[in-house]
Design a protein around this ligand. Structure first.
Ligand SMILES: Cc1cc2nc3c(=O)[nH]c(=O)nc-3n(C[C@H](O)[C@H](O)[C@H](O)COP(=O)(O)OP(=O)(O)OC[C@H]3O[C@@H](n4cnc5c(N)ncnc54)[C@H](O)[C@@H]3O)c2cc1C
Length: 425
């Protein structure tokens, strides 16, 4: 506590003060951050740091992995491209290079993010996992604990805390009866790179979101023999329609037309282009694609060729899994098929409840802000959330700008007081 008081005193005279306090224990250090502390160096953390920097507010970014955008660099498959056209994926203040294609590759997106971090001088503190963050009401500061790869503990003290750990922080791995019996490779898509290593093998892909569908196509392209578990109804839309990206067209139509009308239009055009997807085992949900996205956050699949492989029988559609057996899977319809590997395209979840100790802003249940979009970005006591809107990088940009505006106001207000204090002292 004395250490914190000392920090506050020094900080009052120097807005850029950041000092490492060596304490009696050599493996514990306390750092005072005068500006905001951002947890996570993915696109959301970078966008927020850049918007703050532009307003003259310095921030510190903590990242658990060894690089920026670790989801994109370490946990995605080789053939990944942005699912949405580039104009909907740009971060604030810096666009994509003009020569990038409409759907940049994963490497191009990573190159863009690296350039973005360089442009705004963002240098995250890597290999620091935030294990706990708590508001200290007595001090009026957040106390944030991080653990390094060798177990070294740091405590940061800051006035503003920005959660930017993402909607995809941890892989969701479902329990499956007989898992121990299976004997073959079972892995989450976060560990899948390419179909090359599955050449000639029978592979079951579980989950039919964008990742599951794309992994199936990748397996086909590498002469593996994929089957796809489709448990729930799903909207599959062509990635482009009427000469425009389906996403761009939808956004444009929504400016003038009610959501149900736009949904109806999307489904009619999809029917003409793709046919009746239910005939191939892909039933459509009762609600239209945009209405469903708005209500539940469930993203429609933008088809990049997988449906053609399903139609021609290269990918078999299967119902839910009942249990795993030795190199085989029994399905709920009673059929059993043999497989050498299982890829779980079962999604990700937020990890906020595991490290942020507060009961108001974030739901314990799913790790998302309780207040729905567009009001989930701001909590109490200088707490913010960026990138939890279920609206991809567009949502990230909106959050980042709002957060920077909000913090800038307090920062300038504080700066006035600091100056007055310094002059009078
Ligand atoms: C396969 C795939 C394709 C996608 N394609 C698109 C697309 O085309 N367009 C689009 O708009 N969106 C897309 N998305 C959505 C995607 O979530 C965003 O593009 C983007 O990565 C979100 O950025 P983020 O910074 O919020 O989260 P992340 O990119 O997940 O970054 C969060 C960072 O926080 C770090 N972190 C987590 N916990 C801690 C901790 N306790 N301490 C310190 N650091 C921590 C993580 O290591 C990570 O680096 C896609 C997602 C996936 C999975």
């Amino acid at each position: 506590m004395d250490c914190l008081r000392e920090i506050r005193g020094k900080q009052a005279h120097d807005p850029m003060f950041m000092e490492k306090m060596n304490t009696t224990s050599s493996s514990w250090r306390c750092i005072c951050v005068p500006g905001p502390l951002i947890v996570g160096a993915g696109p959301s953390g970078l966008a927020t740091a850049a918007c703050l920097k532009e307003k003259g507010v310095p921030s510190v970014v903590l990242e658990r992995s060894k690089c920026i955008a670790s989801l994109w660099q370490l946990k995605t498959y080789d053939r990944l491209q942005l699912h949405l056209p580039k104009q909907f994926c740009e971060l604030p203040l810096m666009g994509f290079p003009a020569d990038f294609p409409t759907y940049p590759t994963k490497q191009q997106f990573v190159d863009y993010l690296e350039a973005y971090a360089r442009e705004f001088g963002i240098e995250p503190r890597f290999n620091e996992t935030v294990s706990r963050a708590e508001y200290d009401a007595v001090l009026g500061f957040w106390r944030v604990k991080s653990v390094g790869i060798k177990g070294e503990v740091m405590e940061y003290v800051c006035r503003w805390l920005v959660a930017a750990t993402g909607e995809n922080a941890e892989a969701v791995v479902p329990e499956m009866e007989g898992k121990g019996e299976f004997g073959g490779d079972i892995r989450h898509t976060s560990l899948y790179k390419s179909g090359e290593e599955f050449r000639g093998k029978r592979v079951l892909v579980v989950g039919c979101g964008n990742s599951g569908m794309e992994v199936c196509l990748d397996l086909c392209n590498h002469n593996a023999r994929p089957s796809l578990v489709v448990r729930d109804a799903v909207h599959v839309l062509p990635r482009e329609m009427l000469g425009r990206s389906t996403f761009g067209l939808s956004m444009w139509l929504l400016k003038w037309l009610p959501i149900r009308f736009v949904d109806r239009l999307l489904l009619i055009v999809s029917w003409f282009m793709l046919g009746d997807t239910a005939r191939f085992g892909l039933e459509r949900p009762r609600l239209g694609p945009l209405e469903l996205k708005n209500l539940s956050g469930k993203t429609p699949v933008l088809d990049v060729g997988t449906l053609a492989s399903i139609k021609n029988g290269d990918i078999k559609v299967c119902p839910s899994i009942k249990r795993l057996k030795r190199f085989a899977v029994e399905f709920v319809n009673g059929e059993t098929d043999s497989f050498e590997a299982i890829i779980l395209a079962t999604g990700y979840k937020s990890n906020v409840p595991s490290w942020l100790k507060e009961g108001e802003m974030f739901s314990e249940k799913d790790g998302y802000p309780r207040r729905p979009f567009p009001n989930g970005w701001k909590g109490e006591n200088g707490l913010y959330a960026v990138g939890f809107t279920k609206r991809g990088l567009l949502g990230t940009s909106m959050d980042a700008k709002r957060i920077a505006d909000d913090i800038e106001r307090c920062w300038k207000h504080d700066a006035k007081h600091r100056t007055a204090f310094t002059r009078s002292s």
